[in-house]
Ligand binder design. Structure first.
Ligand code: SF4
Length: 298
């Protein structure tokens, strides 16, 4: 394992990012991610993460996080899981995310975690403590209902069925949890059956919301090349890369060709199961019980 020096781990979120699940600060203890999602945007050149699939640890993360939290004038929600999954396989041994959560609890900050790993259930005890005083939001990413497809496109992390079980465990423990249905991959999982099954399961396993955005996938620079290479490997003879080029050229946004229909299905299904799907509603809902004690949560 490579440890890399760093000065800060918890940084202030850009104002516009606060619309993203109401996050005030960003935290990345690990650099790179080995979960192997074929579409991962963090591979893009613009982020300058060399050898993205190799996980590195930021040195002395616990001491730095302690200092970072003390230096913040305002309490807020710390978001993690944007450029690297905080529950990668190394977290089992190093427990750095767990240590960070303990500090977040001690300093009375809120937390918002995005992950694809069921390892998060290990930390339910601390998440419950944080939620007792501050907003706590868990986003479990699920892109396909089909475990076999999941093992191909997100090959180094637990499959959908295990993520659903993790949602159930979190929910049974009273933790505010929902599903991130991002991305939707044209020609692969952009079908009605997949959307319906994910939303129905989210409901059955205790999720409070399902959030999706754009019903497509973003592709740029080297990330596009990597994605096409993986499509050729996983789906040989289907010429999916050619289909993408014919349909989208080099565009950044690659929306499902069934966008209008899928969006209608998505909204109808969420409403049927009483699941939130608008960002504003989700932010309001997971923070509202803290409104009286700390108006700044909004
Ligand atoms: S889990 Fe997230 S950060 Fe890791 S490879 Fe997948 S999309 Fe990228």
């Amino acid at each position: 394992m490579e440890f890399m020096p760093t000065k800060t781990i918890i940084s202030s979120s850009y104002k516009e990012n606060q619309h993203w699940f109401g996050i005030n600060y960003n935290m990345n203890i690990y650099k790179g991610c080995c979960h192997g999602c074929i579409y991962c945007d963090s591979r893009s050149n613009c982020y300058q993460i060399i050898e993205f699939d190799r996980v590195r640890i930021k040195e002395n993360s616990t001491d730095i996080i302690k200092k970072d939290l003390k230096s913040k004038r305002n309490k807020g929600v710390v978001g993690t899981g944007a450029m690297s999954d905080p529950y990668n396989p190394f977290e089992k041994k190093y427990k750095l995310t767990r240590e960070a959560l303990k500090l977040i609890n001690e300093n009375r900050f809120g937390i918002s975690i995005a992950t694809k790993s069921d390892l998060i259930t290990r930390d339910i005890d601390i998440l419950k403590k944080i939620q007792s005083h501050s907003p706590t939001l868990i986003k479990m990413t699920i892109t396909t209902y089909d475990d076999e497809l999941c093992k191909k496109i997100e090959r180094n992390v637990c499959p959908t069925s295990d993520r659903l079980k993790a949602i159930k465990q979190l929910s049974d423990n009273g933790i505010y949890v929902g599903v991130l249905l991002i991305p939707v991959l044209p020609f692969i999982n952009d079908n009605e059956e997949n959307i319906r099954n994910i939303i129905k399961s989210a409901y059955e396993y205790g999720a409070k919301f399902v959030f999706s955005y754009g019903l497509g996938v973003t592709l740029r620079q080297n990330q596009r090349e990597y994605y096409f290479e993986q499509l050729r490997r996983i789906f040989p003879n289907q010429e999916l890369d050619k289909k993408y080029i014919e349909t989208y050229g080099e565009s950044y946004e690659n929306r499902s060709r069934n966008y209008d229909h899928l969006l209608k299905v998505f909204k109808e299904e969420c409403e049927k199961y009483n699941l939130l799907y608008n960002m504003k509603d989700i932010i309001y809902d997971y923070k509202r019980v803290y409104e009286k004690t700390q108006i700044s949560w909004f």
